[in-house]
Design a protein around this ligand. Structure first.
Ligand code: CMC
Length: 406
């Protein structure tokens, strides 16, 4: 795709210099064949396929196969993949005790990272990344158990009984059922919600060397197991500058709505370099154009709301805010556009998903991407532990001062 790079691996040995690049704005940490992003043109492709086309024509499990294995599956391969994932959806019963120990106000992202980390306790026959069979088993387990853990986190937080996975259902149907069904009533699933969830998960499935994926690779490069590596990725995703922006964005829109829809005030705050306020769901390290994911998500918001005969004041407000920002010189000059997190919360609101679960859904979507990168790293012939250098700026050597004299 014409990406060009300077290989500086031997620079220190040859010149005594390292390179310094705060926040890795200009540093490639790896060569990868998984996802292509052209931030200037607003292009995103998984394994060469445009994300918009995959979102329209694939389901999430098929996309997961593509990301992890590099090719679209044949009908047979896909069926085998689905069956293998289905076989691992249950959690060890002992894990319910872990959930029971969490306080009701725990954030589901904290629960998710903890319980995914705990899979390493229960699945110790699939911890060795160097063993191909164990690696494969860990991947199926991870894909299968993540929706169960995510839904149980929610049920725990609202004090409802856990709903066990039902393996005749699709990946997305199963998740919605585990989230919203209760044992005392029949759960009627809205097919439009299943479709919307499928699409949103596909749009989140990978994005190159973003913060959480880099965390998964960094942690995984020590050769620790998949569960621990993914748990690290979930922690990284939670932050408001990354996946946590979807929850933060809805909080921001509510704040603006409750403050008399005073858009000008918040645009001014975002422009003010002395004010920490930023427009959440706006801007991106790579995209200097409209994020293609945000475009699709915005269309889905329109479709879902229309189909359900609803209006959402937050969606109206978000569109007004976008309009104002895209015509403001501050945002124009810096090429700041809505990103994937700007409108996704609106879809979740229509579906009845609570705010503190938004980033959990991002995690569910990003999981196959994390797995694909972890696997790609382990298959690479030149895999090395990730160990960046630093430019030391502290004291030079000094004499120790005993406590009594300090
Ligand atoms: N609101 C106001 N100003 C902004 C924003 C924003 N949302 N984003 C960037 N800027 C300004 C920033 O202050 C800086 O201005 P100046 O050049 O005058 O100092 C300039 O634009 C460049 O920003 P940066 O912080 O150097 O850019 P970055 O690449 O380090 O950060 C970002 C990217 C996504 C963290 C940032 O745009 C941001 O904080 N956005 C809001 C949070 C958000 O929506 N995050 C989700 C990202 S997309 C999905 C994901 O990765 O999870």
């Amino acid at each position: 795709e014409g990406n060009r790079a300077l290989d500086i691996a031997k620079l220190a040995a040859q010149t005594g210099h390292i390179t310094l690049d705060d926040g890795y704005a200009n540093t490639g940490s790896t060569a990868s064949r998984i996802t292509f992003v052209d931030g200037e043109k607003g292009v995103l492709r998984y394994r060469g396929y445009r994300v918009e086309e995959l979102a329209e024509r694939c389901d999430f499990t098929e996309t997961s196969y593509l990301l992890i294995h590099g090719e679209l599956p044949s009908a047979e391969q896909l069926e085998e993949f689905r069956t293998n994932v289905r076989q691992h959806t249950l959690l060890h019963e002992g894990m319910k005790q872990i959930f029971a120990g969490f306080p009701p106000d725990a954030h589901p992202m904290a629960i998710l990272s903890s319980v995914v980390g705990a899979l390493a306790i229960y699945c110790h026959d699939s911890l060795d990344p160097a063993d191909e069979e164990q690696q494969e088993l860990a991947i199926y387990r991870m894909l299968a158990k993540m929706p169960t853990i995510a839904a149980f986190s929610y049920k725990q937080s609202i004090g409802q009984p856990f709903i066990y996975p039902e393996n005749r259902l699709t990946y997305c149907q199963n998740f919605l059922q585990m989230m919203f069904a209760v044992p005392s009533e029949r759960y009627e699933m809205d097919p439009a919600f299943v479709d919307a969830l499928n699409l949103v998960l596909i749009l989140h499935a990978d994005h190159g060397q973003n913060c959480s994926t880099s965390a998964v690779r960094m942690v995984g490069s020590s050769t620790v197991n998949l569960f621990s590596s993914i748990s690290a990725g979930i922690c990284a995703l939670w932050g408001a500058l990354h996946g946590g922006a979807n929850e933060a964005c809805i909080n921001m829109l509510e704040m603006i709505l409750n403050d008399g829809r005073n858009l000008g005030k918040y645009i001014d705050k975002a422009r003010d370099s002395n004010d920490p306020f930023r427009l959440m769901g706006f801007g991106h390290r790579v995209y200097k154009n409209y994020d293609p994911r945000a475009k699709v998500i915005k269309e889905v918001c329109h479709r879902l709301l229309e189909n359900h005969g609803q209006e959402d004041p937050l969606f109206e407000l978000a569109q007004e805010l976008e309009e104002v920002a895209l015509n403001d010189s501050y945002f124009v000059d810096r090429k700041l556009y809505p990103n994937v997190d700007f409108y996704s919360g609106i879809i979740y609101r229509v579906m009845g998903i609570p705010k503190n679960m938004y980033t959990v859904l991002f995690a569910l979507g990003r999981l196959p991407g994390w797995i694909a990168h972890w696997r790609e790293m382990h298959l690479a012939p030149n895999m090395r532990i990730h160990r960046p250098r630093q430019v030391y700026m502290g004291h030079s050597e000094r004499d120790f001062v005993p406590l009594i004299k300090r």
